[in-house]
Ligand binder design. Structure first.
Ligand SMILES: [Fe+2]
Ligand SMILES: [Fe+2]
Length: 199
């Protein structure tokens, strides 16, 4: 039975970037480290523009994909061992659990106790109903610096919308996602979209 504590970092340094770098390199996940640094810088810049905490936003970026070291085939076992409810969408596509599992790892082993940081990490893929501006900051940063080789097709429109509001930028991405790339509709995503469209 796979458990979360198999994924404890071997070393914790005073500097979170160094801890995260060593951790990803240990699992040969250099590409996730690069993506995480880019998302961290982007989240910090967005936070500064929207009067949010840039230091905490940087940390959300660094840690949001920390559970990328867990193979997808172990995610359901880990979630069951923790005793948490698993949505049917997460059963079908266990990769969806990576957002919550990154948050558990951040709290358990990376010294993160700020509920706002843990919340943003836990919903960075699907968003969630009543998402805060801080949740949306990481969500948008992750979509601007998406982890695919080609540039994000919605990027110009999203960046223009971001000049108006975080919500407008979220809507650009969600419209693109539903039209082009939705593999399965997670209940948090559905609720977040409905809420944003009504607002
Ligand atoms: Fe992610
Ligand atoms: Fe990401």
């Amino acid at each position: 039975m796979a458990t979360l504590n198999e994924y404890q970092p071997k070393e914790i340094f005073p500097n979170l970037i160094q801890t995260v770098e060593k951790y990803f390199f240990e699992y040969n996940k250099q590409e996730i480290f690069k993506h995480s640094c880019e998302v961290a810088e982007t989240a910090k810049a967005i936070a500064a523009d929207f009067n949010l905490n840039p230091t905490a936003a940087f940390e959300t970026g660094l840690l949001h994909d920390i559970s990328g070291v867990i193979p997808n085939e172990k995610r359901l076992q880990i979630e069951n061992a923790l005793g948490y409810t698993i949505h049917p969408a997460e059963k079908t596509l266990p990769m969806l659990l990576h957002q919550k599992q990154s948050s558990y790892l951040a709290e358990a082993y990376f010294n993160i106790s700020n509920p706002a940081t843990l919340s943003a990490i836990a919903c960075h893929t699907t968003l969630k109903p009543s998402a805060t501006p801080f949740d949306k900051c990481l969500f948008i940063a992750d979509k601007i610096k998406w982890d695919r080789p080609q540039p994000a097709p919605y990027l110009t429109e999203l960046e223009a919308a971001l000049k108006n509001s975080l919500d407008a930028a979220c809507i650009v991405y969600l419209d693109w996602l539903y039209a082009n790339d939705l593999k399965i509709e997670h209940p948090w995503l559905k609720a977040a979209k409905e809420e944003l469209i009504k607002a």
